[in-house]
Design a protein around this ligand. Structure first.
Ligand SMILES: C[S@@+](CC[C@H](N)C(=O)[O-])C[C@H]1O[C@@H](n2cnc3c(N)ncnc32)[C@H](O)[C@@H]1O
Length: 337
């Protein structure tokens, strides 16, 4: 460090979740971070594995077209980084619900299966299922995990063999009808069992207005209007509590978190979380979320998407732009009787 005098800026906002995230300006002298972040049980028929290739990315084939992000290696790397981001955010906890000795657990839309694998390691007595449209999970996994190819927006068949715990994370821009999905969870969890969703409010905020007029702002406006036009839920986080209560859950508990983008916060924990958020987005994340919605629904060319994504990424590296997201962990219990 070269004589760093840490000046403190505090964001001025009335939004409770995003208030008072102090900006670390010490990087103008030096910074430790710097700016560089430079056994399937379903039978896997050939159609499930016959992935769609489009604009240089690979997409799921089962229920072709229903999920707009890729399922290739780059995206799997990004999702594994997102998992680490969540562990950092929640201080290494995989879930917050007060579950006790769960025997049967499902992770909905499990992605790379990393949450299900970690959960199975921590709960060797539990039988853990991870389901997803894509069979992209590893095959070397703990013996108490299995992965299924399944569409969670279709009718469920779990009521006769219900779960002690149902977990779902980061289904924003994946699912159209969260209310229906959460009612299915209610039907498929045992009386006294718990359901937990962890999800974004996808729209970014910057209480000091530093996001205004940037390519980052344009990026999110463009992609979310495409997702919303196609019927996907972009901001489930703040609505989860209501959906849980409407489904009949009791003891509904809500925790709201701030996830900054980048290393601009002064607070060490938020800086670390922000660094992981930037790292997962820089793993081709801007292109991943934009390519299919903008080319399929707004007739953009691949090149136009790449340009917008790279401008957004560049803005993301600008420490004068203080972007952050609200993230919610909501859990509830099915009544005992
Ligand atoms: C953004 S990723 C999140 C993955 C994982 N939950 C996590 O937290 O890392 C969304 C996942 O949802 C899956 N998905 C989307 N729609 C689905 C559906 N209708 N049924 C099952 N999985 C779905 C996608 O294939 C993708 O793996």
């Amino acid at each position: 460090m070269t004589g760093s005098s840490t000046q403190e800026q505090t964001t001025n906002t009335t939004n409770s979740a995003v208030a008072n995230v102090a900006v670390d300006t010490s990087y103008e002298n030096d910074s430790a971070y710097g700016d560089e972040l430079s056994s399937y049980s379903a039978s896997l028929t050939s159609s499930v594995l016959d992935f769609r290739q489009e604009n240089g990315r690979r997409y799921h084939n089962f229920r072709d077209g229903s999920y707009l992000l890729p399922n290739d290696e780059s995206e799997s790397d990004r999702l594994d980084m997102f998992h680490e981001l969540c562990l950092q955010l929640l201080h290494q906890k995989l879930y917050l619900a007060p579950i006790k000795n769960p025997q049967r657990v499902i992770d909905l839309a499990t992605g790379t299966g990393i949450w299900a694998i970690d959960f199975a390691d921590q709960h060797p007595q539990a039988e853990v299922i991870g389901c997803d449209l894509s069979p992209t999970q590893p095959s070397l996994v703990p013996p108490n995990v299995k992965f299924l190819v399944d569409d969670i927006e279709s009718e469920w068949a779990y009521e006769s063999n219900p779960f002690d715990f149902i977990h779902a994370r980061y289904l924003a821009i994946s699912i159209k009808d969260f209310g229906k999905l959460i009612k299915e969870c209610y039907r498929s969890v045992k009386p006294g069992g718990w359901v937990e969703f962890q999800d974004w409010d996808g729209y970014p905020v910057s209480p000091d207005d530093s996001l205004k007029g940037t390519s980052l702002q344009r990026y999110y406006d463009e992609i979310y209007s495409a997702f919303e036009g196609a019927g996907y839920e972009v901001r489930p986080g703040p609505k989860l509590e209501q959906w849980f209560k409407e489904a009949g859950f009791v003891n509904v508990h809500v925790e709201q978190f701030v996830i900054p983008y980048g290393v601009w916060p002064k607070d060490h924990h938020l800086k670390n979380v922000g660094a992981w958020n930037q790292a997962q987005s820089e793993t081709n994340g801007f292109e991943a979320a934009a390519m299919a919605p903008l080319t399929r629904f707004k007739n953009w060319t691949k090149e136009e998407v790449v340009v917008l994504a790279s401008k957004a990424r560049a803005d993301g590296r600008n420490r004068k732009i203080h972007m952050m997201f609200n993230f919610y962990v909501v859990y509830g219990q099915r009544p005992e009787n």
